[in-house]
Design a protein around this ligand. Structure first.
Ligand code: EPU
Length: 422
C-alpha cells in the first residue's frame, strides 16, 4: 500500500498548476449519455473518481479514448446497457449522476443505491422525488433503483436543501423532458454552471444558471459538443492553504479567482497575503503566525465544506480560538482525531469544532478517512515538526491529481513510498 512520508517545516516556493475540477468533470462526463455521437472533453483530471465513472460509461456502451494531456473522446452513438452496477456505485457515489441522463435518453435505468458514506448518510431522495415528479415510475428492488418513463415531462421541483448532484441530475433529465421544468432552491456551485453551459452547447434551453431558480425548457434531442473542464476551486483552495500550513510563497496558476472569493476573504482575515495577479493566477504569501477565524460551511457562495478540514489545519496553529461549524454533512470531522495525534487541541461539540491554536504540530503516523480529510493531513504534515506518515492514499488519489508531485516541485519534502508486503 502506498503512503506519504512528509518531513515538515520546509517553506513552499514556486508555481502550482491547478487541474480540471473533479466535481465538474463527473457530471459533464455523465451528460455525454444524453446525446448520440462524439464528444471531445479537455482538461479532464486524471483521478480515481474519473476512472471509475469512465469505467461505468464504458459498461453502458460509450466508447472512451483517453490521451495523455487530459483530453478524453467519448462516442455515445450506441448505448448497450442501462444498468449502473453496485461494484462501481459503491466505489463512487457520484455514479448516481447517470440516473437522470439514462432515464431521459433511454426511458429506463437501473442504478445501484449508493449506501452510506464516511462523511454522512448522504441520501439521494431529492434525485428520486424529482424524477417521480417528472413522471418516472420508480421501484427499489434488490438494492437498485429501477426507473421507467416513456418520456419525462417538465415539473416544478423544490429542493429542501440545495443539493449539488441532485440539481445536476434533474437538470440533465429535464433537458430531454416534454415541457418546462423549474428547479427551485437549486444549488449555485460553479460546477453546476459549467454543466449547464455544456448542456446549452448541446442544444438545451436553460436559464437561471448560478441562481436558486433554474428553468429548463425540454427539447426533443441534444447533440454532442466539445468542452473544457473548469479549474478545480477546491484543489486551488487546498494549495493556497498549503502556504498557510508550510509558509513561503506560491503562485497558483489556472484557477478562477471569482470561484474562491469567500475562501480568499476568510484566509485574508486569518492573515495570509493573497493577491489576484492575473485573471487565472493568484499569489499567496505567509507572513508570520496566522490569527484565528471562525468558519461556517455553507452551500456556494459560502465557505465550502470541501475545504473545512484544510482550514482546520491552519486554525490548529493559529493565534487564539476558532469555532469551525460544519452545516452540510453530519459526520465530517473524522480528521479531528488524526489531527489530535499531531498535537492539535480540538474539541468537537455537535456540529462545531473548537480549535485552540497550539505553537506547532508534531509529525506522527496518521490515517486518511476521506478525500478532503486526507488533503488536510498532508497540509498538517507540511507544517509539523518532524516526519508525518499519511496512510490511506486511495482517498487522496480520488480527488487530487499528483498532489505529492505538485508539492515536491515547490519545495515540500514529500515522498510516496510503498510499505513492504502489503
Ligand atoms: N441531501 C439530501 N438528499 C438528497 C441529496 C442531498 O438530504 O437527495 C443532503 C445531503 O445529505 C447533504 C446536503 O443535502 O446534507 C447537500 O448535499 P449535496 O447533495 O449537495 O452533496 P453531493 O451532491 O452528494 C457534492 C460534491 C461533494 C460536496 C457536496 C457539497 C460532487 C460529485 N460531490 O456532493 O464533494 O462536498 O456536493 O458541496 O459534486 C468532495 O469532492 O470531496 C465531495 C464530497
Amino acid at each position: 500500500m502506498d503512503y506519504l512520508e512528509i518531513k515538515g517545516g520546509h517553506a513552499l516556493s514556486g508555481k502550482v498548476r491547478i487541474s480540471g475540477a473533479k466535481n465538474a468533470a463527473l457530471p459533464i462526463l455523465s451528460a455525454t449519455l444524453l446525446a448520440e455521437g462524439c464528444f471531445n472533453l479537455q482538461e479532464v483530471p486524471d483521478l480515481e473518481d474519473v476512472k471509475i465513472l469512465l469505467e461505468l460509461l464504458k459498461e453502458l456502451g460509450i466508447k472512451v479514448k483517453k490521451s495523455a494531456n487530459g483530453q478524453v473522446e467519448l462516442d455515445s452513438s450506441k448505448l448497450e446497457s442501462y444498468e449502473a452496477p453496485y461494484d462501481l456505485v459503491r466505489k463512487m457515489r457520484a455514479s448516481v449522476l447517470v440516473l437522470g441522463p439514462l432515464v431521459a435518453r433511454l426511458g429506463k435505468a437501473r442504478v445501484s443505491l449508493p449506501g452510506g458514506c464516511a462523511i454522512g448518510a448522504r441520501p439521494i431522495d431529492f434525485h428520486l422525488k424529482g424524477l417521480e415528479l417528472m413522471g418516472a415510475k420508480l421501484v427499489i428492488r434488490e438494492g437498485f433503483v429501477e426507473a421507467k418513463a416513456s418520456r419525462l415531462k417538465g415539473a416544478h421541483i423544490y429542493f429542501d436543501i440545495p443539493s449539488v448532484t441532485g440539481t445536476e441530475n434533474l437538470m440533465m433529465a429535464a433537458c430531454l423532458a416534454k415541457g418546462k421544468t423549474v428547479l427551485e432552491n437549486a444549488a449555485k456551485e460553479p460546477e453546476i454552471v459549467a454543466l449547464g453551459e455544456m448542456l446549452i452547447n448541446m442544444g438545451a434551453k436553460i436559464q437561471g444558471l448560478g441562481t436558486a431558480t433554474i428553468v429548463i425548457e425540454g427539447v426533443k434531442s441534444l447533440k454532442p459538443t466539445t468542452c473544457k473542464i473548469i479549474p478545480d476551486r477546491i484543489e486551488a483552495g487546498t494549495y493556497i492553504m498549503a502556504v498557510g500550513a508550510a509558509g513561503g510563497e506560491l503562485i497558483i496558476e489556472n484557477c478562477i479567482p471569482d470561484h474562491l472569493e469567500t475562501v480568499i476573504l476568510k484566509l485574508k482575515a486569518a492573515g495570509l497575503k493573497i493577491d489576484v495577479i492575473d485573471e487565472d493566477k493568484i499569489k499567496v504569501k505567509k507572513k508570520g503566525r496566522l490569527c484565528s477565524v471562525d468558519v461556517k460551511t455553507q452551500p456556494y457562495p459560502g465557505f465550502p465544506t470541501d475545504l473545512q478540514a484544510q482550514i482546520m489545519v491552519l486554525m490548529a496553529t493559529a493565534g487564539k480560538l476558532s469555532v469551525i461549524t460544519e452545516t452540510i454533512f453530519e459526520n465530517r470531522f473524522m480528521h479531528v482525531a488524526e489531527l489530535k495525534r499531531l498535537g492539535a487541541d480540538i474539541r468537537v461539540e455537535g456540529r462545531s469544532a473548537i480549535v485552540k491554536g497550539v505553537k506547532h504540530l508534531n509529525g506522527a503516523p496518521v490515517m486518511a478517512t476521506d478525500l478532503r480529510a486526507s488533503a488536510s493531513l498532508v497540509l498538517a504534515g507540511l507544517g509539523a515538526k518532524g516526519t508525518t506518515i499519511v496512510q490511506g492514499l486511495h482517498h487522496l488519489d480520488r480527488g487530487y491529481e499528483k498532489m505529492d508531485e505538485k508539492l515536491a516541485q515547490v519545495g515540500a519534502r514529500i515522498r510516496r513510498l510503498q510499505s513492504d508486503g502489503v
